[in-house]
Every structure is written in structure tokens, then in C-alpha cells.
Ligand binder design. Structure first.
Ligand code: URA
Length: 260
């Protein structure tokens, strides 16, 4: 690969978002996280230290869109964490309650600045009752660390609180039944940014039929309080298609910029 006339060597790579973040050169741990994500990052050799030039291709301009929250009325649900979690544990609104081992309510900082929203629990999540604890969860942790965020500092939840058998996609009725719980969580946390991972989360939150590839890379807004919302690829998809990780890194850079 070439960047304005200079040959790139991976050992010299450094992402601009990190240096722009006022944190100077990447520390080793973050480099490892970016390496673990399989993200390409580099500096131009011809620039002095601190003036690094990122050359990840295909960055799309930041745009605002007017998408807002689903038209569904907020259900009468408890507005405190304990009662809400209890309501989820006892939920029988759809047939997934019959096949689940555990409900997966969500985890993390209830005052988080960032809320990560995935699709639905998988097998491991159903077993442990925690979101994103399987292979996709490990990659999500690495993505968060690459963006300077720990898993504990964000709040992680899913569109569905119960596992669809065989990890099939959630159906419309299941998503409708579960929507109020997530809506209540969002309203309790009031995050600064929602990171919707994957098509199910993105389309459900934005009430859109567009593919992730078209929704990602720009800022959306969720709900009446117009919470900033970014879309990125689901970690499971990135595990299957690592070549898309560079785009996900661009999305994480937008997230970091929004948090500055
Ligand atoms: N995939 C998701 O969307 N959520 C999880 O919790 C785990 C895997």
C-alpha cells in the first residue's frame, strides 16, 4: 500500500484518531487491541512525530439524519433498574420465554456515556445470562478497548432479552414485545451515544430497511432526546468477514470523536 509516495510498514502504523485524541502515540496495549481487531493503521514516514496521517480508505463524511425512534408507545414498565430487571426475568410476552435458559437483561455502567446495542443473546449468553460473552463478545471487548473504552465503562444490551433458538434472526413480533424494555433502559441511562451493532439493532432502532453498509459511517439520532446513534458491523459478522474491520474502526473513530 502507498500513502502519498511513502511505503507503509505495519510496524510504523498509528491511527490518527488516537493522536488527535490528545493521547500521543499509541501505547502498547492499544496497539495490541488494534492488532487483535485486524485494523490497519499507519503513519507517514515523512511527517514529524505527532503529525500522523491516517490513510484508511473510504471514509464517508459525517452527516446528520432525521431518523427517530420507533412509533410504538412506551409501555408501562418500571422505571427503576431492579424492578425492570425483575419484569424482564418474569417476561412471558413471546414464545422465546419457553426455550430460554436465562433472560439477558444487560450489563455495565448505568451512567455510561456509551450504550452498545446488539441483536439477541446467543447460546453462551443464554447460558450465562450476560450479553456478549461468547466469541463475538471478545471481539466487542477488543473493539471497545481500541476506542479507549472498557467493557465495564459502557452499558451493553440487546434488542431481544431472550435467545432465539438456533440463533435465528429475531422476528417482528419478538422485537415488538421486547422493545419497551430496551427503551426503558435507554431512558434510564440517557447515554451520549448509542452504538448499534449489526443490521437487526440498526434497523430496529432507526426503523430503517437500509443495510448496515449504508447506515454506518455517519451520525443518526434516536428518540425524542435525539441521542447520537452510530451504526457499525456486528462483531459476529466481523469474525466471518475480517476485511470489514477497517470500516468498523472508522465507526469507532467517529464514536471517539463524538465523546471528545
Ligand atoms: N450477539 C448479540 O447480538 N448479542 C449478544 O449478546 C451476543 C451475541
Amino acid at each position: 500500500m502507498r500513502s502519498t509516495g511513502c511505503l507503509i510498514e505495519k510496524s510504523e502504523l498509528i491511527p490518527r484518531a488516537m493522536s488527535d485524541h490528545g493521547e500521543g502515540p499509541l501505547d502498547q496495549r492499544r496497539r495490541q487491541m488494534l492488532d487483535a481487531m485486524g485494523i490497519q493503521y499507519w503513519v507517514r514516514r515523512d511527517l514529524p512525530t505527532g503529525q500522523h496521517d491516517e490513510v484508511v480508505p473510504g471514509r464517508e463524511p459525517l452527516q446528520e439524519s432525521q431518523e427517530s425512534m420507533p412509533g410504538e408507545t412506551m409501555q408501562q414498565l418500571p422505571a427503576d433498574w431492579e424492578s425492570l430487571q425483575l419484569a424482564v426475568s418474569n417476561c412471558r410476552k413471546c414464545s422465546l420465554s419457553q426455550s430460554r435458559q436465562n433472560t439477558v437483561f444487560g450489563t455495565g455502567d448505568q451512567d455510561a456515556r456509551v450504550m452498545v446495542i446488539g441483536e439477541a443473546p446467543g447460546e453462551e449468553e443464554d447460558r450465562q445470562g450476560l450479553p456478549f460473552v461468547g466469541r463475538a463478545g471478545l471481539l466487542l471487548n477488543q473493539m471497545l478497548l481500541a476506542a479507549g473504552l472498557s467493557r465495564e465503562s459502557v452499558y451493553i444490551a440487546n434488542i431481544l432479552k431472550c435467545r432465539p433458538p438456533g440463533n435465528r434472526n429475531p422476528d417482528a413480533q419478538e422485537m415488538k414485545a421486547c422493545h419497551g424494555y430496551l427503551q426503558q433502559q435507554i431512558s434510564l441511562i440517557q447515554p451520549e451515544v448509542i452504538l448499534a451493532t449489526g443490521g437487526v439493532a440498526a434497523k430496529s432502532l432507526l426503523q430503517s430497511d437500509e443495510a448496515v453498509g449504508r447506515l454506518r459511517g455517519r451520525m443518526h439520532h434516536y428518540g425524542e432526546s435525539k441521542i447520537s446513534l452510530l451504526v457499525t458491523y456486528h462483531p459476529s459478522y466481523l469474525l466471518r468477514k475480517p476485511s470489514e474491520k477497517a470500516k468498523s474502526w472508522q465507526d469507532l473513530q467517529l464514536l471517539m470523536k463524538q465523546l471528545q
